[in-house]
Design a protein around this ligand. Structure first.
Ligand code: ASP
Length: 597
């Protein structure tokens, strides 16, 4: 239907007869002559309808409305001097129309496409219109570009792209499963995969050696700006490799994706930090290192303190630490309340954060009168407390102090807009994650990554001894600007070790047989050492696009209640067939058991 797209014609095309199709982005009447900007996904071209060129087309052009779908035939001409538009790449030419076909008329749209719209519900209800807006169509294109760059890269280094089942069994990745009833097996359900973890490991046992998949994963969790119930991972697994190989591979892969998407060269090697260091210094396992505000241990300053709270914490083996929010002494009361609220949510046992600020040469602090002169001088020096700064303190266990100050650090950064620079890409590896964590509610040990993760070889003895809290894993996360882009691990490939890991996690031998017999069996038949990682494609696309929600880079996302407002999904069970499946799978079996015929 067209000879060119709408972002193609230039002065070198003057005099050519062309055909364009697209949407009427805008129509203007200049003294009886109609000008339209014709838009397709590539861009816009101005078309002008002069009666002397085609009386018929000119007449019809008066009926054009925004978003009508039209075909324009015409000749490329230079715009009159002064009528050029330097903002358009086609801005020095126009198409003088000799023919116009209205392919499909458009009603008045529920919102204007050239204005930002704060009502996200309306955007989602008419997502197909929302996606016509240049920002969204750029985002979708960027996503496609980086996805194909990833495919190309992995293909070039020898990875096979392999699909794994969507209808499968529950996968222990730490979220709730989505369940699907099986019509052919009344009373039985499939679970949608939280990740293709076990299948990809079984592929390694199968000898496929290098696998990847652009894999849709499903997790029934509460939603946030960077979470959706279904999301996409670049899922990777390889045999006969170690952590260094995965790290190298992923640095190269991300390099190729950022080059393709933004034409930037990211560092070929990312800095590394252990989990312990990340928690101690940044209070987070995915620190945003674009700003400092590091957590500093100040126990030595208060070694001889008389201040009761610090004294009892230090005597009890706890820590006293602080952060300096530089230049933030101007914090408002509202902001201070918010910071206190966040600290309390993070576990601060009192209502208010302790602080010292230095404003107009004066120290202001509820603590200042409690500290002696030596402590005051030492705190000032150690925290580099200068005019305009505010220092926040926390005392307690190492973990709780990290969590509290980590959250306060992040929130101060948001308030001070230190996290706004989307052109700065601070990649980071966080390594040596703990293998296990103690779940206070259930009293159980749970896998920090997942149950297939390999204990650190140096810590096997601790695992044997039952010192679970101190066993590290060969597990790594790749982080960018405070977001976890992905994570993975080297896996267990021995049946005995895997069974041991299950039993530490409280999975009885009987349960292991029911849930994991396939993988335990597979490890008996020559399983190679293997490992991998999964990258969150949505988050990468979000950061490449400079957006702050993954909804902006997913064509049809769900809202924060897990609903698709356009398709009205999820739906009530109303359709006859669907109801039958549910009734069959949930009740028929019970009914049969009760009344066998
Ligand atoms: N299955 C893991 C996840 O989804 C990634 C991996 O260990 O490769 O987080």
């Amino acid at each position: 239907m067209r000879s060119h797209h709408c972002n193609e014609l230039r002065e070198s095309d003057l005099g050519k007869s062309v055909e364009l199709v697209g949407w009427v982005n805008s129509a203007r009447d200049h003294g009886g002559v109609i000008f339209i900007d014709l838009r397709d996904r590539e861009g816009m071209t101005q078309c002008v309808f002069r009666p002397e060129e085609s009386a018929e087309a000119a007449k019809l052009s008066h009926s054009l409305r925004d978003e009508d779908v039209v075909q324009v035939k015409g000749v490329v001409a230079k715009r009159l001097a002064g009528a050029e538009n330097s903002k358009m790449s086609t801005g020095t030419i126009e198409v003088v129309a000799t023919g116009l076909t209205i392919i499909n008329k458009a009603d008045v749209l529920p919102f204007q496409l050239d204005k930002e719209l704060s009502n996200e519900d309306i955007r989602m209800k008419y997502r197909y219109l929302d996606l016509r807006r240049p920002r969204m169509s750029r985002n979708i294109r960027l996503r496609s570009t980086i996805t194909s760059a990833a495919r190309r890269y992995l293909d070039e280094v020898g990875f096979y792209e392999i699909e794994t089942p969507i209808l499968s069994n529950p996968t222990p990745e730490g979220a709730r499963d989505f369940l699907v009833p099986s019509r052919l097996n009344p009373g039985k359900f499939y679970a949608l995969p939280q990740a293709p973890q076990q299948y990809k490991q079984l592929m390694m046992v199968a000898g496929l050696e290098k696998y990847f998949q652009i894999a849709r994963c499903f997790r029934d969790e509460d939603l946030r700006a960077d979470r959706q119930p279904e999301f996409t991972q670049i899922d990777i697994e390889a045999s006969f490799i170690g952590q260094e190989d995965i790290i190298k591979l992923v640095q190269g892969l991300l390099g190729a994706m950022f080059k393709a998407g933004l034409d930037v060269d990211i560092p070929s090697e990312f800095p590394r930090m252990t989990y312990r260091e990340a928690m101690d210094v940044y209070g987070s396992d995915k620190p945003d290192t674009r700003f400092e505000m590091k957590i500093t241990d100040i126990a030595d300053v208060f070694a001889a303190t008389e201040f009761k709270i610090f004294r009892s914490v230090l005597d009890g083996g706890g820590v006293v630490r602080a952060i300096n929010a530089k230049g933030f002494a101007c914090v408002t009361t509202g902001q201070m309340n918010r910071l206190n609220e966040i600290a309390v949510q993070a576990g601060l046992p009192v209502k208010n954060l302790a602080f010292i600020k230095l404003e107009n040469g004066e120290y202001k602090s509820p603590l200042w009168k409690i500290f002696n002169d030596a402590e005051k001088a030492a705190v000032t020096a150690k925290m580099n407390l200068e005019e305009g700064d505010i220092v926040f303190f926390a005392a307690g266990s190492r973990e709780s102090v990290s969590t509290i100050l980590g959250r306060v650090r992040t929130e101060c950064a948001v308030m001070q807009e230190l996290n706004k620079d989307s052109q700065k890409f601070n990649f980071l590896w966080v390594v040596d994650f703990p293998l296990l964590a103690h779940d206070e509610d259930s009293g159980d040990w749970v896998a920090v990554h997942h149950p297939f993760t390999r204990p650190h070889p140096e810590d096997i003895e601790l695992l044997e001894k039952g010192d679970y809290a101190n066993v590290r894993a060969v597990a790594y996360d790749v982080v960018l600007n405070g977001y976890e882009l992905g994570g993975g691990s080297i896996r267990i490939h021995e049946k005995e070790l895997q069974a041991k890991m299950f039993s530490v996690l409280g999975v009885t031998p009987e349960e292991q047989q029911i849930k994991f017999a396939h993988i335990l069996d597979a490890f008996r038949f020559g399983a190679p050492p293997h490992g991998g990682l999964a990258l969150g494609l949505d988050r990468i696309a979000m950061l490449v696009a400079g957006e702050d929600s993954i909804r902006e880079v997913i064509a049809f996302p769900k809202n924060n209640k897990g609903a698709d407002l356009m398709a009205q999904s999820p739906c009530e069970i109303g359709m006859k067939e669907l109801r039958e499946v549910y009734v069959q799978s949930t009740y028929k079996k019970k009914a049969e058991e009760k009344a066998p015929e």
